[in-house]
Design a binder for this molecule. Structure first.
Ligand SMILES: [Zn+2]
Length: 276
């Protein structure tokens, strides 16, 4: 200890003496926890672009993987696109129903669409589709279009790592294709419309166009059927993509609104089409 001055020896003794050791250990533990949390946040999150808010479902943010029985045949990659129009000429409208299939709501929506000979897009959550494959088959058999809405409806998907995004997209598509008896799925919609360029690019890589919307009556906030009807009537326009929900909670108001909106759209000369 000849290298240490008396003053330094005192400081060293204080550092390694029991009370100081506990303090140092405590400080190190705090720093370690902080570093760990920072690393996890940085690894799993990045900037996300929010197009519009939407409903949050009671599912974990990054839930456990649901493994489908078999992978769906791969689709060829396409150019990254965010569709916000029907792509049709004149008074066309695309009706889209998210967060199903739901045994309480989806059959009622299917009945209404059949009565008016209208086709719609159903953006299904993979976990829901796995629980109700019969409803997926019914939707497809009636000529409607399936859209991938992730496996667990993770609203943070746009900022996840590529591996997590890929799992959400592929697992959900596999489940939908399997439940639908082989019908293809070439559309994707981000939960809550929380897109990121990376998410749009990745869905395109899997052969799915990203489907946005232009009319959001916020039916998931259950504002009353009259409010849902009025909002759609005020905002609908030729080529509109209308966002409604047939899952994620009780959707009696949406069903009641659709019962009024479908004939109203017909009266206004609108035809419900599938986006091109
Ligand atoms: Zn949703």
């Amino acid at each position: 200890m000849t290298l240490l001055t008396r003053r330094r020896r005192v400081i060293l003794r204080q550092i390694v003496s029991p009370p100081y050791v506990y303090r140092w250990a405590g400080l190190l533990a705090v720093v370690a926890v902080f570093a760990g949390v920072t690393a996890v946040v940085l690894l799993d999150r990045g900037p996300a672009t929010t197009l519009a808010a939407g409903p949050g479902l009671a599912v974990p943010a990054a839930g456990p993987p649901i493994v489908p029985a078999a992978p769906a045949p791969a689709r060829p990659a396409i150019a990254p696109t965010l569709l916000t129009t029907t792509g049709g000429k004149g008074r066309t409208v695309a009706l889209t129903f998210d967060d199903g299939p739901d045994p309480a709501t989806t059959p009622q929506i299917l009945d209404l669409l059949a009565q008016h000979r209208m086709k719609a897009v159903f953006c299904m959550v993979g976990g829901q589709a796995q629980a109700h494959p019969d409803l997926v088959r019914e939707v497809v058999a009636a000529g409607h279009r399936l859209c991938n809405h992730t496996i667990t409806h993770d609203p943070g998907i746009g900022a996840r790592t590529p591996a997590v995004m890929d799992r959400q997209l592929r697992a959900s598509r596999d489940v939908l294709v399997q439940a639908a008896g082989g019908a293809d799925v070439d559309l994707f919609r981000a939960p809550e419309g929380r897109w990121s360029p990376e998410l749009i690019r990745m869905s395109a890589q899997d052969g799915m166009r990203s489907l946005g919307w232009t009319v959001d009556p916020l039916d998931w906030t259950t504002p009353g059927a009259a409010a849902i009807v009025q909002r759609v009537q005020q905002r609908v326009h030729p080529g509109a993509v209308v966002l409604l929900h047939d899952g994620g909670g009780p959707r009696g108001q949406t069903v009641a609104a659709a019962r009024q909106l479908l004939p109203w759209l017909e009266e206004q000369g609108y035809s419900a089409v599938l986006p091109r």
